[in-house]
Design a protein around this ligand. Structure first.
Ligand SMILES: [Zn+2]
Length: 107
């Protein structure tokens, strides 16, 4: 639960994922590294601060790995009224239902 803030000067940062302003005590993770923007063909460095909720979400996604990510993608792609950017005309299934993440999609 977030504390009620008394002054704008209490905010020193913001969450790089959800965008909420944070105090020093609310920053729960800091990510620093190289940034590669493939679509813009450019590189640089990046620093991201995360709030507690986004840190937990990032860890949950990371711990699920590729298999969980594939399942989330299948759930979205096969939803009756999917609004994903990837438009598919046929239901996506996999030949290999072992969930190893290496199977090629059968469309
Ligand atoms: Zn956040």
């Amino acid at each position: 639960m977030r504390e009620r803030i008394q002054s704008r000067s209490d905010f020193t940062d913001y969450c790089s994922l959800c965008g909420i302003a944070l105090t020093n005590f609310e920053v729960t993770a800091d990510i620093q590294g190289n940034l590669i923007l493939f679509d813009e063909k450019t590189t640089g460095s990046i620093q991201m601060s995360l709030c507690a909720d986004c840190k937990n979400k990032v860890l949950e996604i990371a711990l699920g790995g590729l298999n969980a990510a594939i399942q989330r993608r299948l759930n979205i792609d096969n939803a009756p009224h999917s609004h994903t950017k990837v438009k598919r005309t046929k239901k996506v299934t996999f030949k290999d239902d072992e969930g190893d993440g290496g199977a090629a999609p059968k469309i």
